[in-house]
Design a protein around this ligand. Sequence first.
Ligand SMILES: NC(=O)c1ccc[n+]([C@@H]2O[C@H](COP(=O)([O-])OP(=O)(O)OC[C@H]3O[C@@H](n4cnc5c(N)ncnc54)[C@H](O)[C@@H]3O)[C@@H](O)[C@H]2O)c1
Length: 265
Amino acid sequence: MAPYPIDGKVALVTGGASGIGYAACRALAGAGARVVVADRDAAAGRRAAGELGADYVELDVTSSDAWTRAVAMVEASHGGIDIGFLNAGVDTGGAGIADLTDEAYRRIMAINVDGVVFGARALLPALARRGGGRLVATSSLAGLLPLPRDPIYTATKHAVIGLVRALAPDLAAQGITIHAVCPGLTDTPLLGGAKAVLEAAGMPLLRADDVAAAVLGCVASEETGCAWVVQAGREPVPYAFRGVPGPAGGVRPPEGFRDPAAGRG
Ligand SMILES: NC(=O)c1ccc[n+]([C@@H]2O[C@H](COP(=O)([O-])OP(=O)(O)OC[C@H]3O[C@@H](n4cnc5c(N)ncnc54)[C@H](O)[C@@H]3O)[C@@H](O)[C@H]2O)c1
């Protein structure tokens, strides 16, 4: 099957003003997409859009009303939306469970989980109105592995993968694919002071452009429901989930309750 053609498509990228989102905007624009940088930081978002010949829409991903407005605005100005990259995210800065304040917990859940759920809910009907499209969400290696220094970040990124895998089968019938991209440590402002520590320890960091290339791979892919592992120096690879044992006695769960990974080893 021919890869999905990006040229001429309309792509909305959350967190597009910085880091991985900015690199993805640049890569999508380079592939011919009409890019909309969506970020809550208006100054940085406008600057990024100006640099890339893209458009900017102010969007706080934690607000479902803001999502409704942003999607309507982009559909009106661009004629529709074909590709959504749900990428905006934060960490807690390493808060352990004992130190976690309610405010810090609500903030990270709102951005990393609500932001992806509200984004998928707002974008999917728009993609369907175009007869199909592509959705990619940024998880992390922390969506597949426990990150003991930030357990709540780990929880949010596991949530993104569960959402993507559960949405994928029904979306396929509408010509929509959905993937999670799971980068390892990436050289962006999110790393803050940890960057120097990691570099001193000889830890190879991904470049944001490496992750952007993986995002374009997700968009091009005809597969769906995958969690793509992105590690420094390696080609992106879909994570091979093991099937979960079913109930004893060989009872086959009804449609909608089956493990999509069952039988894949
Ligand atoms: N940097 C890494 O090592 C790494 C590794 C794996 C996954 N990730 C994930 O990649 C994604 C992008 O992170 P990054 O490293 O590029 O960080 P970054 O800090 O460079 O960029 C994040 C962007 O998101 C925007 N943003 C934050 N809250 C928002 C909100 N409520 N609404 C709209 N925009 C908002 C910020 O303004 C910023 O432009 C995040 O989901 C992060 O968890 C990062």
